[in-house]
Design a binder for this molecule. Structure first.
Ligand SMILES: O=C(O)CCC(=O)C(=O)O
Ligand SMILES: [Fe+2]
Length: 377
């Protein structure tokens, strides 16, 4: 028996915030997360499935945009500029895309997923020191989002490990440190390449965002998410994570073959189904702040499967914790208004992580208030 978990009474779980934590124990070890089949997700009648075209040629009309990293890195000038425009549209219209030809081997992904499964299966005494950790502690196990403030039950266990500038991880399993270090380095490289291309897509030098956010010392976190099956047939629509945007720059994730990620696009919730071998990439609040609102951090949420455990591994990069994040000045020139004020990324992240997940509410911390946003005109 491992992490504590709330009772499987869906109605209570959603409504009774006074339920004591930990009145049901589940065994993550025994769940069977490795399933390659798409599954029927509950509560999704109104959420169309939106997959991209496997040939990587999809556009906004076809479905989730697909960015081919090989073209961004090695294409000729014409191919690159087309790929950068495509990426720019993906950031502007979706805040979400898939990346193919990323060069992160499947074996490394599986090794990380396996290490995360082992982590969830560690005996309680080996996790105890990380269970009471706060949002700014470098290693943290927990349930829900932040159980101190959630106010509702979210059907998720997580482990979070700061990975850059310094890698922190539990001593067990033995394989973890090596795998996490390699995965973090590879995905950080890939996310920094994407950031450079995003910088270009905004009409800036490729290195402009990296320079402003001190990305040589960028913050990076690895997260393992485990969503146990929600239970019986009457227990539908269980929420793993409610609607939110991410605090960072870019979030990269892969899952175990069980779908559940939904993104809000054009006012509708869409189930994201990956094309084989692709990573999902979620644009966070930082592209929105840095671009002065031209790009959007996508609103997303995670639903839970009735019968199968869902697992995924997240690699998120953000600015250096000491960097002040604010719109790039070139993107806030008249007649454009300055939409966001400066804040240290450390403070922004702590704010987002310490409060209840509330859609894109964290951005209110830095939003420049106008008569319109205050609603008193
Ligand atoms: O479970 C998912 O697909 C999304 C996870 C997520 O949004 C997060 O960890 O921030
Ligand atoms: Fe997220």
């Amino acid at each position: 028996m491992n992490l504590r978990y709330p009772a499987r009474n869906h109605a209570r779980r959603r409504t009774d915030s006074k339920l004591s934590h930990g009145n049901h124990l589940h065994d993550c070890h025994r769940s069977s997360p490795a399933c390659a089949m798409h599954t029927q997700i509950m509560g999704m009648a109104s959420a169309p499935r939106y997959s991209a075209q496997p040939n990587g040629a999809s556009s906004e009309q076809d479905g989730i945009p697909v960015v081919d990293l090989a073209v961004l890195l090695n294409g000729d000038a014409g191919e690159r500029s087309q790929a950068i425009r495509h990426l720019g549209r993906a950031c502007q219209d979706w805040g979400f895309f898939m990346v193919t030809n990323h060069g992160v081997h499947e074996a490394l992904q599986s090794a990380l997923m396996d290490a995360c499964k082992e982590l969830f299966g560690l005996p309680p005494e080996q996790k105890a020191e990380f269970m009471d950790a706060g949002p700014m502690d470098p290693v943290r196990f927990g349930t829900g989002f932040n159980s101190a403030v959630d106010g509702a039950r979210y059907w998720r266990d997580y482990v979070k490990m700061f990975a850059h500038p310094e890698l922190h991880c539990p001593a067990k399993p033995d394989t973890l440190r090596g795998v996490a270090a390699e995965y973090a380095a590879r995905t950080r490289g890939l996310l920094l390449e994407l950031t450079a291309a995003i910088s270009e897509s905004l009409g800036l030098e490729g290195g402009r965002i990296a320079e402003r956010l001190d990305l040589g010392s960028c913050f990076q976190i690895l997260v393992g998410n485990h969503y146990p099956p929600s239970g019986g047939p009457d227990d539908d629509g269980a929420v793993g994570l409610p609607a939110h945007s991410d605090h960072g720059l870019l979030t990269l994730l892969f899952q175990n073959g069980v779908d559940g990620l939904q993104v809000k696009h054009d006012g509708r919730w869409l189930l994201a189904e990956p094309i084989p071998g692709a990573f999902f990439v979620i644009a966070g609040d930082q592209p929105e702040i840095g671009s002065n609102g031209r790009y959007k951090g996508v609103l997303h949420r995670a639903l839970v499967d009735r019968a199968q455990a869902r697992m995924l591994c997240v690699s998120l990069i953000g600015p250096c914790l000491d960097a002040v994040v604010e719109p790039v000045p070139e993107l806030a020139v008249a007649p454009l208004r300055l939409e966001y004020m400066g804040v240290e990324y450390r403070d922004y992240m702590e704010h987002q992580q310490s409060n209840k997940l509330n859609e894109k509410g964290a951005l209110d911390l830095v939003r420049v208030q106008t008569a319109e946003t205050l609603g008193n005109f």
